[in-house]
Design a protein around this ligand. Structure first.
Ligand code: SF4
Ligand SMILES: [Zn+2]
Length: 297
């Protein structure tokens, strides 16, 4: 074997040796981790994401959709790390049979050939198409996109068979503390999945969902001797859904008739710079149309 006969001096790095002079543990990885740092993410204002229905601004979605705008957000590395940890845990919880076992049902994607496999419980048999081992099949979330009577899109973390022929939606959340009660935006998201998915006319889902209850699972990343999971049932009651339906209807109607909803009072009072406008991808355009009195696009 060639490398055994090489001189030690041949194996020593030449230019990269500069790394060896960095002793600060908070700096060394800047040279070693590829793609480390802030990241720019983009999304289009095509259909309202029900995952953010609670914080969504109707004007932002109507304006963004009608003008075909793209929301560009810089995600600082600290936030990106939080999101990545959440994604990794989501994947593990969905794909490790220790969690939910055969209660989790859905489609399964073969990573060897990309085939979306049959709907049902976790596969124990090889891929029907390429015969790859079932361990390379991963959970393929149910996504629905509706345009009428509402424009919205939702993607469910889990479909659970809680009793024979009774299937309910589950939503996974990760947290770093013990949760005593679910957060308002998570309740709105879970209830919206149950409510709006009834308008999915694609016919893709081969089962009927029981939409009376959705489960919010909070997986705590820190140690808790009582165990890591707290589960909260959410009912999409009329009282809970009324303001959400109103908001989604306002966005749908606005897009269909190209009519701009009023700006949020918080954005007007902060001159479209700070407050809620800080998290908005199109605050400059919003301000421009507001100041010029345009309400119809
Ligand atoms: S600036 Fe405020 S009111 Fe205007 S679109 Fe953005 S979030 Fe909505
Ligand atoms: Zn396959």
């Amino acid at each position: 074997m060639k490398f055994l006969s090489e001189k030690r001096s041949d194996l020593l790095p030449a230019k990269e040796a500069v790394l060896d002079s960095i002793t600060d543990p908070s700096k060394l990885h800047h040279h070693l981790l590829a793609h480390y740092g802030d990241e720019e993410r983009e999304y289009k204002y095509r259909s309202l994401y029900l995952s953010s229905v609670d914080s969504a601004c109707p004007r932002e979605w109507v304006l963004g959709n009608c003008l075909g705008m793209i929301n560009k957000q810089v995600v600082p590395v600290a936030n990106r790390w939080q999101m990545d940890m959440g994604s990794v845990l989501h994947w593990h919880i969905q794909n490790n049979p220790k969690y939910f076992g055969d209660k989790i049902v859905g489609w399964w994607k073969c990573l060897a050939c990309g085939f979306i496999r049959r709907f049902g419980v976790r596969p124990k048999e090889p891929c029907e198409k390429c015969h790859a081992h079932p361990r390379v099949s991963e959970y393929y979330e149910y996504k629905f996109r509706i345009t009428t009577p509402y424009r919205a899109v939702g993607k469910m973390d889990l479909i659970l068979r809680i009793a024979p022929r009774i299937y309910r939606i589950g939503e996974i959340k990760t947290c770093s503390k013990n949760i005593e009660r679910p957060e308002g935006d998570h309740i709105a998201q879970a209830a919206s999945y149950a409510y709006f998915s009834r308008y999915d006319t694609s016919g893709r889902l081969p089962i009927t969902l029981d939409r009376s209850t959705v489960y919010l699972f909070y997986f705590n990343k820190t140690f808790n001797f009582r165990g890591p999971v707290r589960t909260f049932p959410v009912q999409p009651t009329e009282r809970l859904m009324a303001p959400i339906k109103e908001k989604v209807a306002l966005i749908t109607e606005g897009v269909n008739t190209r009519t701009l909803p009023q700006p949020l009072t918080n954005c007007i009072s902060h001159n479209f710079i700070t407050g809620r406008a800080k998290d908005c991808g199109i605050s400059k355009e919003c301000k421009k149309y507001f100041e010029s009195g345009v309400t119809q696009l």
